[in-house]
Design a protein around this ligand. Structure first.
Ligand code: PMP
Ligand code: GLU
Length: 398
């Protein structure tokens, strides 16, 4: 008898971030006071002027299908932003808006990757990259950054991973899950390597651009020698606290942009018309709320770092962006409190969820099974209490 489900879906991993978030929600629904540091999303409300624009869009009956890549003024505004902030000289025709950066990424991957093509992924990586490559029947080639080097991959490592089958390199900076930010000179070294191979694309996921604690944020696509090869992915979820609105975008050469429009035209069409108007208000509006949120994340990073330093067995480093820290917890492997035995970071996450009522995500899905991801997009009080509970319960592991 035939299986009901396709091999494709049977072999697809469930998103570990979403899975852990669901477990935390289920426990909370039973009345347990769970501190959720699992799902990576801002705990701030969407700024008022953005919400007003959406209300106006409804009242103005902006409720019809828009062109697949978004209504023209939004594409134009994004092109201007990329030119102004990132040195990327794309026109509106190079911009494709999607239902979240997640869809932008899968559009790109499905548009360029053939079966058995290799995609170099800088690790630790965001959980959904590998399943996306798998859906395209490509092969992920993992290049590991070391915690001792702030999780950064070196140009030598990148060079060594390139083969005639390499189709793309894919990374996020600031990184989910590590918060690592590649500097201009580090990106220049990457660009100079990739520029030697005109058939390799750079998929640069810049969704945490506005949550960067370094003095300078740099986009690799601004280097002229890789301009045409770089597909810049960004979105509104993180910088404007708009996760539920579902708006992401790419800036890329016209062949890639048109391919993504074709792909999206068969899957979902344009994203929600009302969310598009909200995104327009965000990208053309006052950035002070975004800056305030960044200041809060920086304060929380320092708070979490100082509290984690007090927990024996947790190895940290300094994240330079995003709202995650990804410490090494392998010191706990092999330990037990008498009831739970910790063999993996997943065991540790389940122990902390059930005993400390703190939800984290294990490092396995990010390509670093010795780590756990802590999101510090939560209030100072929640973070203090979560670290207190973790310290208490981790001390019981002998
Ligand atoms: N890239 C990275 C690195 C992410 O952390 C996320 C999760 N928000 C996304 C892309 C997708 O974001 P969204 O679909 O909400 O725009
Ligand atoms: N990107 C966020 C995270 O990594 C949201 C969840 C998701 O889209 O997977 O937690």
């Amino acid at each position: 008898m035939q299986k009901v489900l396709s091999e494709r879906i049977i072999n697809l991993e469930e998103s570990q971030t979403l899975e852990m978030a669901a477990k935390a929600r289920a426990l909370a629904a039973k009345g347990v006071d769970v501190i959720k540091l699992s799902l990576g999303e801002p705990d701030f409300f969407t700024p008022a002027h953005i919400k007003e624009a959406a209300k106006k869009a409804i009242d103005d009956n902006f409720t019809f299908y828009t062109p697949v890549a978004a209504y023209p003024e939004l594409r134009e505004a994004i092109a201007q932003k990329l030119s102004r902030d990132n040195g990327l000289t794309w026109k509106a025709e190079n911009i494709v808006v999607s239902t979240g950066a997640k869809q932008s990424l899968i559009n790109v991957v499905l548009s360029i990757v053939n079966p058995n093509d290799e995609v170099i992924v800088l690790a630790p990586y965001w959980v959904s990259y590998i399943p996306m490559i798998q859906l395209a029947e490509g092969k992920a080639v993992i290049v590991n950054g070391d915690i001792k080097n702030g999780f950064k991959v070196t140009p030598e490592q990148l060079k060594a991973a390139i083969t005639p089958k390499t189709k793309a390199i894919m990374y996020s900076s600031p990184s989910n899950p590590t918060g690592t930010v590649y500097t201009k000179s580090e990106l220049k070294a990457f660009a100079d390597i990739i520029a030697e191979h005109k058939d390799i694309f750079i998929i640069a996921d810049e969704i945490y651009e506005y949550i960067c604690f370094e003095d300078e944020y740099f986009s690799i696509g601004a280097f002229e020698n890789v301009r045409n090869q770089t597909i810049t992915v960004n979105g509104f979820s993180k910088g404007y606290a708009m996760t539920g609105w579902r708006v992401g975008y790419i800036g890329a050469n016209k062949e890639i942009a048109d391919a993504c429009i074709k792909m999206q035209g068969q899957f979902t069409s344009a994203t929600c018309s009302i969310a598009q108007k909200a995104a327009y208000a965000a990208i053309t509006g006052d950035m002070s709320v975004t800056k305030e949120m960044k200041t809060a994340y920086l304060r929380r990073r320092d708070l979490v770092l100082s509290l984690l330093k007090d927990i024996e067995g947790i190895k940290t480093y300094i994240p330079q962006g995003a709202f995650y820290i990804f410490p090494d917890v392998s010191a706990f492997f092999g330990k037990t409190d008498g009831k739970y035995t910790i063999k993996t970071s997943n065991d540790l996450c389940m122990y902390l969820l059930n005993e400390a009522h703190v939800a984290l995500v294990d490092g396995e899905g990010f390509g670093a099974p010795e780590c756990v991801r802590i999101s510090f997009a939560a209030s100072d009080e929640e973070l203090k209490e979560a670290m207190r509970r973790m310290k208490e319960k981790l001390a019981l592991l002998k």
